[in-house]
Design a protein around this ligand. Structure first.
Ligand code: IMP
Length: 423
């Protein structure tokens, strides 16, 4: 399978969890390199639904090494809960889960600050997951964060935490929020540190050993291209590099060791949280919600929905160097009579064939659509390319052509078996 970076080519929630699970079959190592428990990767196996937030999706297959690498921000309490949850489902992670000692930690004051800043911003809020991700990455950039290696050094951790709680309680007070109890946080985090210490490793060394052995590594991207802190619709983004480059900095594996980039995208577009979404459309949103689809895996929020945006996916292809596409949720369009695809943006007399950086301009942009005849037939039982209705095949070919990469996978439902490999 070679070393593969898998990224979301839209605004997150592209169905990466399922595609990662499918590709994991051919991988030896699966690595999370950015984000935190803001992610929710959903995998369905034999009727059982698993939602993973921090643990790489590879954990659901036997004998895969799973790494939470340096670029991830880790809420230790949430990680313990997730590991315990997996263990209740009969999935033991003791031998194959590794946690980077240099991953930064998320604390209750990060979560509280995340919430307070959103309230303070009022109608300009980002619509974050309130998991403390932005403030945790903020501390990392400001060089005031605490890391996993601090958590497992109880004496040092106590001193560092005492300072951080004192500092952040001042900020929380200024927001009019309740200060945190140092004693309580210390107790909770010490317990989590005790629990997690068996997983802690120098994951850069571990991953390079895997590279030398010739292992195949899958880098599991979280969120999506347009939520990237540099390349997304700033400030309506998350706080990490969700694009392909983030897999290198977030793991310590250099770019020339990466063999391919797979971009996952839905056959239409969704977004949670605020910010521009040029192809947003109430009709398609109502239809998908009525089908019980498009509710967030982490927050349960209904996702905003729109037509496929080929301007955005072409842009994603460019900044990520996407070689292969995996198109998911094809079955979501099974009943649509005429399917629209945005092929460029129009702002007054100006046309854009790329995503403008200024979100005021992007928010004004009107999509220019091409229309495709819908296939009006159920696709969820298709297992081979030829099983798909001809109109669905034409639609998928057009998406690949407009995006500029090869179509490798077409997904017609959440199950592993509902996956078509396109040769
Ligand atoms: P944060 O990452 O919680 O700070 O949220 C920032 C923005 O990214 C918000 O619009 C969130 O809805 C969005 N976001 C964060 N994580 C995910 C995800 O895993 N899927 C989709 N959107 C996400």
């Amino acid at each position: 399978m070679a070393n593969t970076i898998l990224i979301g080519a839209q605004w997150g929630d592209e169905g990466k969890g399922k595609i990662i699970d499918v590709l994991t079959d051919g991988a030896d190592v699966v690595v999370r390199t950015q984000g935190g428990n803001n992610a929710g990767h959903t995998v369905h196996i034999k009727g059982q639904k698993y939602i993973l937030h921090l643990v790489p999706s590879g954990i659901l297959r036997k004998k895969k090494i799973c790494v939470i690498a340096n670029g991830v921000v880790v809420d230790p309490l949430s990680l313990v809960e997730e590991i315990e949850g997996l263990s209740k489902l009969g999935i033991n992670v003791d031998r194959n889960l590794f946690l980077s000692e240099t991953a930064h930690l998320v604390f209750p004051y990060h979560r509280e600050l995340d919430a307070q800043r959103e309230i303070f911003k009022g109608k300009n809020k980002i619509g974050t997951t309130k998991r403390g991700i932005g403030p945790a990455y903020g501390d990392k950039a400001a060089r005031t964060g605490l890391r996993v290696l601090d958590l497992v050094n109880p004496e040092r951790f106590k001193k560092q935490l005492e300072f951080k709680i004192r500092e952040n309680n001042e900020i929380l007070k200024a927001f009019g929020a309740k200060p945190l109890s140092f004693k309580r946080v210390l107790e909770d985090y010490r317990a989590a540190g005790d629990y997690l210490k068996r997983f802690v490793a120098n994951t850069v060394i571990l991953l390079h050993q895997a590279v030398r052995r010739g292992d195949d590594i899958l880098f599991e991207g979280a969120q999506g291209t347009f939520l990237d802190i540099d390349h997304g619709t700033y400030p309506f983004v998350t706080s990490s590099n969700t694009t392909a480059g983030g897999a290198c900095t977030g793991s310590g594996i250099p770019p020339h060791r990466m063999d391919r980039v797979v971009g996952v995208m839905k056959a239409y577009t969704t977004r949670v949280g605020e910010g521009p979404l040029p192809t947003e459309n109430a009709e398609i949103a109502d239809m998908l919600h009525a089908m019980g689809r498009e509710f967030g895996a982490t927050t349960g929020r209904p996702r905003r929905c729109g037509w496929f945006d080929a301007v955005a996916t072409r842009h994603a292809c460019m900044v990520n160097g996407i070689d292969q596409l995996a198109v998911t949720n094809i079955d979501g369009l099974d009943s649509v009579e005429t399917i629209k695809v945005c092929v460029s943006y129009r702002d007054g007399s100006k046309r854009y064939d790329y995503v403008p950086n200024d979100i005021e301009i992007l928010s004004r942009c009107k999509p220019v659509y091409a229309e495709f005849a819908g296939w009006r037939a159920a696709t969820h039982d298709a297992r081979k390319w030829q099983d798909l209705p001809a109109k669905a095949r034409s639609y998928l070919k057009a998406l690949a052509e407009l995006t500029g990469a090869d179509l490798a996978i077409a997904s017609v439902g959440p199950g592993r078996e509902q996956t078509i490999f396109v040769s």
